[in-house]
Design a protein around this ligand. Structure first.
Ligand code: FES
Ligand code: FES
Length: 151
């Protein structure tokens, strides 16, 4: 099947129900998207499909055929994603970093559709887990972005 990922076309051979995460990481070498729980619980595997955040560990690859998949590798090609990354750096969000590609994808998805989210909208959207407990820094970065502060 043909997939569109970060603006490029890829031919992949996979069973229709293979998780998108496996194809990204194992077949295409796009290892910025992480495997955490494999159960749609942690968000480490978050990617965008047509601008909406999805959990790649439970998304069958056939379900994204003909749709635009965006991963962390190209997030700075997106103007919103670029601002999110800059805010993450400014607020020194990452600790071990393992969860952060998923966090950035979730933040980008929220801000693309809701440029000035309320506290409640940030809380509702930013639900990915972080074993390092970077939640305060994530929220500080998100609030700075929501208020239009220069990252
Ligand atoms: S690895 Fe997909 S949600 Fe945890
Ligand atoms: S920064 Fe380590 S798990 Fe989130």
């Amino acid at each position: 099947m043909e997939l569109r990922i970060n603006g490029a076309a890829y031919q992949v051979e996979a069973q229709a129900d293979t998780p998108l995460l496996w194809v990204l990481r194992d077949d295409l070498g796009l290892t910025g998207t992480k495997y955490g729980c494999g159960l749609a619980q942690c968000g480490a595997c978050s990617v965008l499909v047509d601008g909406v955040v999805v959990r790649a560990c439970v998304t069958p690859v056939a379900g994204v055929e003909g749709r635009e998949v965006s991963t962390i590798e190209a997030i700075e090609d997106d103007p919103v994603g670029k601002k999110v990354v800059a805010a993450w750096v400014e607020h020194q969000v990452a600790q071990c970093g393992y969860c952060q590609s998923g966090q950035v994808m979730a933040a980008t998805a929220l801000l693309k559709h809701t440029p000035n989210p309320s506290n409640e909208q940030i809380d509702a959207a930013m639900v990915n887990l972080c074993r390092c407990g970077t939640y305060n820094a994530i929220h500080a970065a998100m609030h700075a972005l929501a208020q239009g502060e220069k990252a």
